[in-house]
Design a protein. Structure first.
Length: 550
């Protein structure tokens, strides 16, 4: 996970420190090659589509086919990343992508490619990468020591942007000289180094004290956490809206090269390369920008700059001016997404990190996929330049979202709190015993009732994030100093998980609530089975289940 200094790489030694560790070094170099291959394939697929059809809708759908799987698979992929060995998850994901890329190469080489088949196989490749994403991002902390983690995360971002700086231009040259089939073959080949690097990684799994969640329950837990996290919901909403509005520049870039600049595949590759160069510039300067501006101010400034860059691309008929505008667009586009990413990572604890990042990736890719389709349809009706001008105008008004959906303050991420011992019980509970009802009684002086109630609203959110439901707070009308907090957990196992998912900042909320308690007796906690199935043998011949039986 990141810290506020994730991308503040002021010293060369600091940014290269993770490369001293062989595992990270091998995986990073292999990922650089893999990113290069993916971008080369993207150029080949987009240009192959422009040669097969004149429909802007179909051309824009290439990006949709590559990105839509992230939106559809993200949450299950995030749950899988949190539940299973992330190394194995990444290997399986890469094999899926390799199969798609290999099939695309073979079919194009045999001359059987059609627009629909191209989109289907791009979707398969995108599905593999969608499955890999959450496991990839959340595994970095296992490859390097904690003190070098910020630099490692920054290096992974720079890896993609380096590839984006050169990959599209290389892809354009390859497509122009040898056709799209070579671009597809190179992508398939460049998956192999990353598969090898992951295979050589001798990861040591850290077994959990509690049984693994089932996939469906893990997905529900992730959704529940996000639904009760205002900061994550704000970032996801801003990400989706920005993706829909700003995706025009990337979705329509092949048509800009062909129709506005009268160029070919090489021109398209150079344009993508310019966007990638800008992305590297933005990534290298985001630390300085964050020191000077708040997240909200930085997002607003970058959005306005993006609006001007898109307008310049729409109006330009000179390649040099278009390239300059794309460098600016790439820089501010990268800064916007990095700020959104940091906002999510600093708001999510480790146990749900994969699922939180997956939800953010879904909103990001979903926004781009939906926007690409919409801009393609609009371009068929009004033309490339008008569509880009509409996108620029909408980007110009996006900063108004900050009035209602203000970016959260990105301070220190709350570290996981110390594991709590299981409560002592007298009933022979199993993990399936439940539902469990928890009641906590506080005695609070009347003059502090309002302050206590305000703290309990934050307690409600964090309990619900971590697995509780049916939360309530009640005040005794006969004894106004007596307050009772009450919530449910589906099973005893869910309660044990809920107790140990708290971060240090969430435990601090418990301490704040407890500090209001007055009187000679400590805060009283009751844990009860609402329907005691599994704790009573209704018939003598029914055997007792073992305490750890699921």
């Amino acid at each position: 996970m990141t810290t506020p200094s994730d991308l503040q790489t002021s010293s060369v030694d600091g940014i290269t420190a993770p490369l001293r560790y062989p595992t990270f070094q091998r995986i990073w170099l292999a990922s650089l090659l893999s990113n290069l291959g993916i971008l080369i394939q993207g150029v080949g697929a987009a240009w192959a589509m422009t040669e097969m059809t004149s429909s802007a809708d179909k051309v824009a759908l290439v990006q949709t086919a590559l990105l839509l799987p992230v939106m559809l698979v993200a949450m299950p992929a995030g749950a899988i990343a949190d539940m299973y060995d992330r190394r194995i998850v990444m290997l399986v994901a890469l094999l899926i992508a390799l199969c798609g890329a290999t099939a695309l190469t073979a079919i194009d080489w045999l001359g059987f490619t059609t627009p629909d088949l191209l989109l289907v196989l791009c979707f398969v490749v995108g599905s593999g990468m969608a499955l890999m994403g959450p496991a990839w991002q959340s595994s970095v902390s296992e490859q390097v020591p904690t003190e070098t983690l910020p630099a490692a995360i920054a290096l992974n971002g720079i890896s993609y942007n380096i590839a984006r700086s050169f990959g599209p231009a290389i892809g354009g040259l390859i497509v122009a000289t040898a056709g799209a089939v070579l671009a597809f073959a190179i992508n398939a080949f460049l998956y192999l180094p990353l598969i090898t690097a992951l295979f050589l990684w001798k990861r040591v799994p850290k077994p959990s004290r509690l049984p693994r969640e089932h996939l469906s329950r893990a997905i529900v837990s992730g959704v529940r956490y996000i639904a009760n996290s205002p900061s994550i919901k704000i970032v996801i909403a801003r990400t989706m809206i920005t993706g829909v509005v700003g995706s025009a520049i990337q979705a329509l870039m092949p048509l800009v090269a062909r129709d506005l600049l009268q160029g070919g595949a090489q021109t398209y590759g150079i344009m993508l390369g310019a966007f990638g160069v800008g992305a590297v510039i933005g990534a290298l300067n985001i630390g300085e920008l964050r020191r000077r501006m708040s997240s909200e101010a930085a997002v607003r400034a970058c959005t306005l700059s993006m609006s001007g860059a898109i307008a310049a691309v729409a109006l330009s008929r000179e390649p040099i001016l278009t390239v300059a505008a794309l460098v600016l667009a790439g820089a501010v586009w990268t800064i916007i997404w990095t700020l959104f990413n940091i906002g999510v990572q600093l708001s999510a604890p480790r146990w749900v990190a994969g699922r939180s990042l997956a939800a953010w990736q879904a909103s990001f890719s979903g926004g781009l996929a939906i926007g690409s389709w919409a801009w393609g349809r609009l371009t068929d009706a009004v033309g490339v330049d008008i569509s880009l001008l509409v996108s620029a105008a909408l980007m110009l008004v996006l900063p108004l979202l900050g009035r209602w959906l203000r970016m959260p303050h990105t301070g220190e991420r709350g570290e996981d709190a110390e594991t709590l011992a299981d409560p002592k019980v007298q009933l022979p509970l199993t993990y399936r015993s439940g539902p469990l009802v928890v009641e906590i009684e506080y005695r609070v002086a009347s003059e502090k009732a309002r302050a206590f109630h305000n703290v309990m609203q934050d307690v409600q959110l964090y309990r619900q994030r971590n697995g509780a439901y049916g939360w309530s707070i009640a005040r005794d009308i006969a004894d106004p100093e007596l307050w009772t907090e009450r919530y449910h957990c589906p099973t005893w196992l869910d309660y044990l998980r809920q107790r140990n998912r708290s971060t240090q900042s969430e435990r601090a909320l418990d301490d704040q609530a407890t500090a209001f308690h007055v009187g000679p007796e400590p805060v009283r906690v009751r844990r009860m089975l609402e329907r005691p199935f599994g704790s009573v043998r209704w018939k003598e011949e029914v055997p007792e289940r073992l305490p750890n039986e699921l």
